[in-house]
Each structure stands twice: as structure tokens, then as C-alpha cells.
Design a protein around this ligand. Structure first.
Ligand code: SF4
Length: 430
């Protein structure tokens, strides 16, 4: 362990100064790329596959308490953000994260965005458990120096074909489909099915080849190496298909998204718990308590795209003892909000204060599984993933309120905007 820590310290040495310099030029955060926000520096820690061992959660919680604002923000790409970091705290925080094994490659700090179903391995409906593929892909990315040139927001989604979880936005997605010859993994580029696929044992090679194809095509055409850019350029897309050169594979069928909170059955008779976490933010104390419970009650933890956690392999008799909110009646189920004026200088409203008022007003009722409401401090809509039933977007003149993506009210004061949102809330008893 001493050797590992020594390597981690050497890895971090000399990078802290670079961190601050990069902060000014590039606003996609990483461990070595802390970016300035209204409340201090902000950092994003990648957790490929959303895997969060209890020891890792405890380590991050301790570092957040000592060197950041004491909170862990869970992201929709199943990573964790730390914020409110003072410049003097940056070096010990980076060193602590390195020592916890969370920065295996400085060059690949920000490109290890690998989203896997939070139910992988315990979902009775999945075709393939893609947990091992996430680990193999992560190792392949780190081993390939050229892939460090992928854009910081580049993202992979690995979908074993069970419960729906994909919020969209992945550059490269593999989805398991059943075929007469056994399961295959179908490749999509920025959500567009390519009709190409491979068996699971060839998947890492395919994804690495696809990354190199995107980098080469982007360099040839002076474009960003992002799936959504290449897919919009017919010649570039054709070039991509040629370079990927995989076999034909049927596109996956559409599936209903999973519930984002509650108790879900596992194949073994155990349960997966999806607690509601207000604004996807855990305090360090809550995170430490969860890590202790994971050890004591022998469950494992994965990050989800709904900014909460999946507590897996839970013995049903332990559920009351865990004391986590599962019935969706806190008012925060299905609610997403950006940092607003509490943490972002661009915000035109106290988004979180208004979202809290909405949550308090509906607390005690439980929404249906597909309820989604989103609050944004400006048109950038950082917290939105996929679609929301109700969208409140702050403008210079008040909130614009959208229902299913269509503008219903423009420039409402907060009380009227919240009242309008209430009209779209499909109350049902908890
Ligand atoms: S949506 Fe706008 S106000 Fe909210 S965090 Fe993003 S940039 Fe800031």
C-alpha cells in the first residue's frame, strides 16, 4: 500500500499548478481540472461503471468533509462532484483522491465516462451483465495514450438489455440484443443505431476502434470528436461505419425506463433499493453512514443516472433498519435542479430555493415512476437529462414553464411558475 501511495503522490506532484491554469481555460471538471464556480473550485471524480465500493465512498466522504464543502454531488453520468474547494485545499484533496486509487492515469483523468446499468448483475431481465466490460474498457482506455485526446465530455454507455436506464447523450453505446446466434452488443453513435454489433468478448476492441475512427475522422474534417457531431455529417458518418467494420446486428427494441426510486426485485430474492436523494446531494455524514451500512449489512453500491444510489443485494429483512427514503414521498423524487444562484454565477434565479418550495408543497404524495421535473437557472439547462414533464427555466423576466418540451407560460414570477408546475403534477397516494 505504501508503494501505491508513493506512486500516487509522485503522480500528483507537479500537477497542482497545472490544475489551476487549466481551470481557467477548460470548464469540464476532473480531478486535475478543478474549475472555478461561485462557491469555490469544483471537481469531478470519474467512477467507471458507477461502481462505488464502501471504502471508496468513505474515502471520498472524508475528503469532502476536510477539503470541500462537505457534500457529494451525484451526477447523471454516475460520477461524483466535489465543490466549494478553496485553492489551498486543492493539493491535499488531489493527493487524497490519488491515494484512494481514483486517478489511475493523469492523462485520462476526464475521459473515463463509462455508464453501465446500475442493475447490472442483479437484474432478472438483463441479457448480459456488462460490469466486467466496463472494467476492461477502462483499462483499454488508460493503456492507449492516443485516446487521452478524446474530448472531456466523451461518454460510453453499456446496456445489458434489462431495465431501461439510459438517459441518452452517450457518444458510443453498446446495447445487448437477443439474436438467433445468442446475445450481441449493438453499437449506436450518439443514440443513432448503426446496425452493427459484436459478441461481448469483442466489445472492447470494437469500442477502441470506434474511438480511433472518431478521432481520425474529426482530425480529417476539423470537427470535434463527438458522436453527435459526426452523426450529423452524412459523409463523416459513412466514413465512421466503414472504419468500424463490424458485423450486422439488429437494433435494440425500445424499453420502458426503470423506476428511479423504490424497491426492485433481484434475481436472487434480494432487493435493490433506490432511495430518493434531494438534488442528488449526500452530506459527508450520510455518505459515511451508508458506507458503514454497506459493510455491516453486506450490500454493494452503484451510482445511477438518476443522481441517487442503487443499494444492491439487500436482504429484505434489513430494509426497515437502513432507514432510507424509498416511497418517493419526500417531494424530491424525479426532481432535478442545477446549482442555481447558490453555486453558479450565471444563474438568474434561486433555483434550488424554488425547487425546495415545490418539493415541500407536494411532500407526502408519491409521483408515478416516470414523473420528471427540472429547474434551471439559465437556458443552458445543465441538470436536464432526457426529457422532463415540466421544465422551469429562469430568464431575465422570470421562469419560462414548458410542459413536455413545449412552452406553456413565459416569464412567470416564482410563485406563479410553481403553481403552473403543480397543475401538471400527477398526484397519487404514497
Ligand atoms: S443551468 Fe445555467 S445557472 Fe444552472 S448551473 Fe448551468 S450554467 Fe449555471
Amino acid at each position: 500500500m505504501a508503494t501505491v501511495n508513493g506512486i500516487a503522490r509522485r503522480l500528483c506532484t507537479g500537477m497542482i499548478g497545472a490544475t489551476m491554469t487549466q481551470a481557467l481555460a477548460d470548464f469540464c471538471p476532473g480531478i486535475l481540472h478543478a474549475v472555478p464556480a461561485k462557491d469555490g473550485l469544483l471537481m469531478r471524480v470519474r467512477l467507471p461503471g458507477g461502481q462505488l465500493p464502501a471504502a471508496t465512498l468513505a474515502a471520498i466522504a472524508g475528503l469532502a468533509a476536510r477539503h470541500a464543502d462537505g457534500g457529494l454531488d451525484l451526477t447523471a453520468r454516475a460520477n461524483i462532484q466535489l465543490r466549494g474547494i478553496r485553492p489551498a485545499a486543492l493539493a491535499p484533496l488531489v493527493e487524497g483522491l490519488c491515494a484512494a486509487g481514483l486517478l489511475p492515469s493523469a492523462a485520462h483523468d476526464r475521459i473515463r465516462n463509462i455508464l453501465v446499468s446500475p442493475f447490472a448483475g442483479v437484474d432478472p431481465t438483463e441479457l448480459i451483465d456488462l460490469t466486467p466490460l466496463a472494467a476492461t474498457l477502462d483499462r483499454a482506455l488508460i493503456a492507449d495514450a492516443a485516446l487521452a485526446r478524446l474530448p472531456a465530455k466523451f461518454a460510453f454507455t453499456l446496456d445489458g438489455g434489462g431495465r431501461g436506464f439510459d438517459p441518452g447523450g452517450g457518444d458510443l453505446t453498446l446495447t445487448a440484443v437477443a439474436t438467433g446466434a445468442g446475445p450481441r452488443l449493438h453499437l449506436s453513435l450518439a443514440g443513432r443505431p448503426t446496425g452493427l454489433g459484436v459478441t461481448a468478448d469483442a466489445a472492447t476492441t470494437l469500442l477502441v476502434r470506434a474511438c480511433h475512427a472518431l478521432l481520425a475522422i474529426a482530425a480529417d474534417r476539423d470537427l470535434p470528436a463527438r458522436g453527435r457531431v459526426i452523426v450529423r455529417d452524412p459523409a463523416a458518418y459513412e466514413d465512421f461505419l466503414r472504419r468500424v467494420a463490424a458485423g450486422a446486428c439488429p437494433a435494440p427494441p425500445r424499453r420502458k425506463p426503470s423506476a428511479a426510486f423504490g424497491i426492485l426485485a433481484e434475481a436472487t430474492g434480494h432487493a435493490t433499493l433506490l432511495p430518493t436523494i434531494a438534488f442528488g446531494r449526500l452530506t459527508a455524514t450520510e455518505a459515511t453512514r451508508l458506507s458503514e451500512q454497506a459493510n455491516r449489512f453486506d450490500f454493494d453500491i452503484r451510482l445511477t443516472p438518476w443522481r441517487n444510489l442503487a443499494l444492491r443485494h439487500v436482504d429484505r429483512s434489513d430494509i426497515p433498519t437502513l432507514g432510507v427514503p424509498l416511497d418517493g414521498s419526500t417531494g424530491f423524487a424525479g426532481l432535478a435542479a442545477c446549482a442555481g444562484s447558490e453555486g453558479c454565477a450565471q444563474s438568474l434565479a434561486d433555483v434550488r430555493g424554488d425547487a425546495r418550495m415545490f418539493a415541500n408543497a407536494i411532500a407526502g404524495t408519491a409521483p408515478p415512476d416516470d414523473w420528471a421535473i427540472h429547474f434551471a437557472g439559465c437556458a443552458k439547462r445543465c441538470a436536464l437529462r432526457g426529457r422532463a414533464r415540466v421544465d422551469l427555466i429562469a430568464t431575465q423576466n422570470g421562469y419560462d414553464v414548458l410542459f413536455d418540451g413545449t412552452l406553456a407560460h413565459a416569464g412567470l414570477p416564482p410563485e406563479q411558475a410553481l403553481a403552473a408546475a403543480r397543475t401538471a403534477y400527477p398526484t397519487k397516494a404514497p
